[in-house]
Design a binder for this molecule. Structure first.
Ligand SMILES: C[S@@+](CC[C@H](N)C(=O)[O-])C[C@H]1O[C@@H](n2cnc3c(N)ncnc32)[C@H](O)[C@@H]1O
Length: 242
């Protein structure tokens, strides 16, 4: 039964639930192994695929299973307005090798909000970051984080780690008390550390950092949203010649 399979997938560390068309689209585009794809109105999802992801229209057509609207409504809270849900295999944890790739990498220290975490993954994928690692309790592959990333978790390694990995990358702490961020300030292949929404970065991480950088803000503004800060720094680092 579909309802049981989705309920089981939510408790299976080897599986993830993808909520909504964009999450499914990106997951498929970046190589996700889909186990289930369900919609109460397949025709509507196929129209979306034709319009927004013609490269995947055949895959959607071949894989979609129509399910009753009342069953679909019970599979996710809130039910995704684009009317499609999927179960995919969670990629193996590649955290030891995740920092080997080119480009800056992102470390989120104890993020609390899955939506923020997902938004950070989304911009990291778009900006070509090597990986997103997280510490703390939040599961970076929680369905709400996958919703926030629009499924872009599948575009780069995303993993939870117990401690700051030793990678040979310069550790750069993003901290409103640091030196002002300007073009050229982000060392290449940096491990960029961002603090939790409420408490910022731990003193222990700040003490280990090779550099502390602050994003300039108008007086009176105390901080930027976590994912916004990630976006500013990654794009500044990505612009050639900066
Ligand atoms: C919402 S902020 C945390 C605010 C927290 N109340 C604090 O005291 O730091 C989340 C993270 O985004 C980064 N951040 C936000 N605004 C920043 C800024 N202007 N400069 C550097 N980092 C910033 C920091 O890493 C911060 O820990």
């Amino acid at each position: 039964m579909t309802a049981e399979r989705f309920a089981a997938a939510r408790n299976d560390p080897g599986l993830v639930v993808l909520e909504g068309f964009h999450a499914v689209k990106h997951a498929l585009r970046f190589g996700a192994e889909l186990l289930e794809l369900a919609a109460p109105d397949c025709g509507r999802v196929l129209e979306l695929a034709a319009e927004l992801a013609p490269d995947l229209a055949d895959t959607f057509a071949a894989r979609l299973d129509q399910i009753r609207p009342e069953v679909f409504a019970g599979l996710a809270t809130p039910a995704p307005p684009t009317g499609v849900l999927a179960i995919a295999r969670r990629p193996e944890d590649t955290s030891p090798a995740a920092l080997d790739g080119p480009g800056p990498a992102v470390l989120l220290e104890r993020p609390r909000h899955h939506g923020n975490l997902g938004a950070a993954v989304r911009v990291a994928a778009a900006a070509g970051a090597a990986a997103v690692l997280t510490t703390g309790d939040a599961d970076p592959w929680h369905p709400a984080a996958l919703r926030g990333s629009a499924g872009l978790h599948f575009a780069l390694p995303v993993a939870r780690v117990d401690d700051i990995p030793r990678s040979g990358r310069p550790l750069v702490a993003l901290d409103p008390e640091g030196v002002l961020l300007e073009p050229g300030a982000v060392p290449s292949r940096a491990l960029l550390a961002f603090g939790s929404e409420r408490r910022g970065l731990d003193q222990s991480l700040l003490a280990r950092a090779d550099l502390r950088l602050a994003i300039p803000m108008r007086p009176g503004v105390s901080s930027l949203n976590l994912a916004t800060a990630v976006a500013v720094v990654l794009y500044l680092a990505a612009i050639p010649g900066t």
